[in-house]
Design a protein around this ligand. Structure first.
Ligand code: C2E
Ligand code: MG
Ligand code: MG
Ligand code: MG
Length: 291
């Protein structure tokens, strides 16, 4: 087949198309079985208060343990699950899993810890999605809405559908905080930040990765932070990989940060160990200060 392909560009394209369609169909087939087979797992990336160094939040990031292909990252299946409508069911699983986990961590280690979950715009268009069910579940775990942060895309704020708006207000009414993910990469009207009482802006990592003292990106981070604070929003910087980026973001006024410099996303068991170490250390500190 390769000989034929070599002599004809169109055929090569055709072949590649067919292969990628086959892979897509295969992935879709496996994806539909992944939930009943228990192949999804949430990893957690700690979010640090940049001033105190404390871990106050964790972002839940989904992983797919594929039996043959190994660990698959969300970039390779979230869009597919959106297109197939599967994201609605998956989104419910993510919520339940994260809520159960934060209940355990709050009880054992960190009573004020918040877990941030990513949500897809598709979920807000689903008639079956009812915040009341989320509230009931949180209540059954003894949690207030404050235990969760819901990350949405900038674009969602701009959707005019009243059903979507009602769901956003439903989150607010439940006391669940709302964060705009990847802020600065999409379209948004700044007035919406105020209108919906958005709690957090997450500065996209594309602004962080080339950060240096006199860069345009530094000016942007600083401007976003000033504006956010004036609108009553707190700022989280994503994708911090170097000490220099961390210092500059602190200088720009960012409140929280996450990134490989501090920790990669890790399985829940590792996150438990991290929290357990921290809470033991802070108990030691308390003892020392009382002595
Ligand atoms: P996101 O929500 O913006 O998540 C941040 C992504 O950056 C994560 O990739 C994280 O692993 C990665 N990251 C964190 N720190 C660093 C760093 O210092 N350097 C670099 N280069 N990357 C870093 P991940 O886990 O592959 O997720 C990719 C995207 O998939 C997420 O972007 C989010 O949009 C989506 N996603 C992940 N989990 C879920 C989920 O449970 N539900 C939905 N709807 N979407 C999800
Ligand atoms: Mg996110
Ligand atoms: Mg992001
Ligand atoms: Mg992203």
């Amino acid at each position: 087949a390769s000989k034929k392909n070599g002599s004809n560009g169109f055929m090569l394209f055709d072949e590649t198309m067919r292969e990628s369609m086959a892979l897509r169909n295969e992935t879709l087939r496996d994806l539909k079985l992944a939930l009943p087979k228990g192949q999804f797992e949430l990893y957690y990336q700690p979010i640090y208060n940049l001033l105190t160094g404390e871990i106050t939040k964790a972002e839940a990031l989904i992983r797919w343990n594929h039996p043959e292909r190994g660990m698959i990252r969300p970039d390779l299946f979230i869009q597919l699950s959106e297109e197939s409508g599967m994201i609605n069911e998956l989104g419910e699983w993510i919520f339940h899993e994260a809520a159960t986990q934060v209940a355990e961590w709050r009880a054992k280690y960190a009573p004020h810890l918040q877990v941030s979950i990513n949500t897809s715009p598709i979920q807000y268009r689903d008639k079956g999605f009812d915040i009341k069910n989320w509230c009931a579940h949180l209540e059954s775990l003894g949690l207030s809405g404050q235990a969760l942060i819901v990350e949405i895309t900038e674009g969602l704020l701009m959707e005019s559908s009243s059903a979507v708006k009602a769901k956003l207000w439903g989150l607010r009414d439940a006391g669940i905080e709302v964060a705009i993910d990847d802020f600065g990469t999409g379209y948004s009207s700044l007035s919406y930040l105020k209108k919906f009482h958005i709690d957090y802006l997450k500065i996209d990592q594309s602004f962080v990765s080339n950060l240096s003292a006199h860069s345009e990106d530094f000016v942007l981070c600083e401007a976003i932070t000033v504006m956010a604070h004036k609108l009553g929003c707190t700022v989280v910087a994503e994708g911090i990989e170097t000490e220099e980026q961390s210092l500059l973001l602190k200088e720009a006024g960012c409140d929280y940060g996450q990134g490989y410099l501090f920790s990669r996303p890790i399985p829940a068991s590792e996150f438990s160990a991290l929290l357990s170490n921290v809470s033991r250390q802070s108990k030691v500190c308390q003892l020392a200060s009382h002595a």
